[in-house]
Design a protein around this ligand. Structure first.
Ligand SMILES: [Zn+2]
Length: 351
């Protein structure tokens, strides 16, 4: 790693903006924060300054995506550690099942002071299970098998089908020629600097793989419906910039019951010219970093009414914004809880 590269554990906008020597501002951005800023500043304020989380948990599609992510993370990590294929697959399933069931030790874990036998106090800073805090929260909106008679369940994906899909994935890729090199790493790097601002970009890489065409970032995408991939994507451009490549791959995992394995397990490449990546780094990043600084300085995060309805349904905060300004705080208290500070390792990208 060169001196301008570092791995950092977490950030929120409060910590994102800090003064460095000479009055220059440090801004830490990741794809989720930048894309939210591009969508709606008020939403960015709710999510990353106030850390509001829905009391109802993640959506069904996010939960199903997290189960697949957990499966692939543990399977590929075991493979890198040198375990046999069958053992690695078993570890993947064990982790996916723990994600579904939930682990009470690491869910909502907060460091606590404990009284030791010798009478001294010490701080329990990590969950006893050895997991990362909130790594295995359990599913709230994903039944085992959705009831087709229940209008609230019939469009959901069930977790049994998600596990079956993981099984089909391992069969489809039983002779996989991709060699995983790194799994679930967060990397940070200064991607822009001028007299006013320095932008530290943080990128979560699901996998870095040696394909037979070279070493590239890979992003796992689970989906119910296949859509064309749009390359105007902060996450993908950030991953290419961090890895200094002009190409990344999507590892698509489809939940469609009617498709054949070769149709629902596909790995399309997303390609960029150097000119496009440079435009993103040297024009798009500083523009939004400076916009964020202005929002933070004025404390005013304006709403964007064109983002209230989305292709996955309405914004979680729609009812809040539809209230009178005086009533918004009480509406928020009914619908949201204050969650942990934003961290780019969270799987919250809906796309
Ligand atoms: Zn745990």
């Amino acid at each position: 790693m060169s001196s301008d590269e570092q791995t950092i554990s977490e950030a929120t906008i409060d910590r994102v903006v800090e003064n460095i020597m000479g009055g220059k501002k440090n801004v830490i951005l990741d794809a989720t924060i930048l894309s939210t800023l591009m969508s709606c500043a008020r939403l960015a304020d709710f999510r990353f300054n106030h850390n509001f989380m829905s009391v109802n948990g993640k959506s069904n599609s996010l939960e199903c995506g997290s189960i697949v992510h957990t499966f692939l993370e543990y399977m590929y990590k075991a493979q890198i550690a040198g375990l046999k294929r069958e053992q690695a697959i078993q570890l993947g399933f064990a982790a996916a099942e723990t994600y579904i069931r939930g682990c009470k030790h690491c869910t909502d874990f907060v460091p606590t002071e404990i009284l030791r036998e010798d009478g001294l106090k010490s701080t329990l800073s990590k969950p006893v299970c050895g997991h990362k805090p909130n790594e295995f929260p359990g599913v709230k909106n994903t039944p085992k098998d959705p009831d087709p008679q229940n209008p609230r369940e019939k469009y959901k994906t069930g977790w049994q089908w998600v596990l079956d899909t993981c099984d089909q994935y391992t069969i489809h890729y039983r002779n996989d020629h991709w060699v995983p090199l790194e799994i679930e790493v967060v990397k940070g790097q200064i991607l822009y600097e001028d007299d006013e601002v320095r932008v530290l970009w943080k990128s979560k890489l699901d996998m870095v793989s040696d394909t037979n065409q070279g070493i590239y970032p890979v992003d796992h995408k689970s989906m119910k419906q296949n859509r064309d991939t749009v390359s105007l994507n902060n996450q993908f451009m950030g991953q290419c910039s961090i890895q200094r490549t002009n190409r990344m791959f999507l590892n698509k995992v489809g939940f469609q019951k009617t498709l054949k394995p070769e149709e629902k397990f596909v790995r399309p490449a997303v390609n960029y010219t150097t000119a496009r990546l440079m435009e993103w780094q040297s024009e798009t990043l500083p523009f939004y970093a400076k916009l964020l600084l202005m929002y933070a300085e004025t404390g005013h995060y304006p709403p964007n009414y064109t983002h209230c309805e989305g292709k996955y349904g309405n914004c979680a905060f729609l009812k809040v914004c539809e209230e009178n300004p005086d009533n918004r705080e009480s509406t928020i208290k009914q619908m949201f809880i204050v969650g942990p500070p934003w961290n780019p390792t969270n799987d919250e990208d809906e796309d």
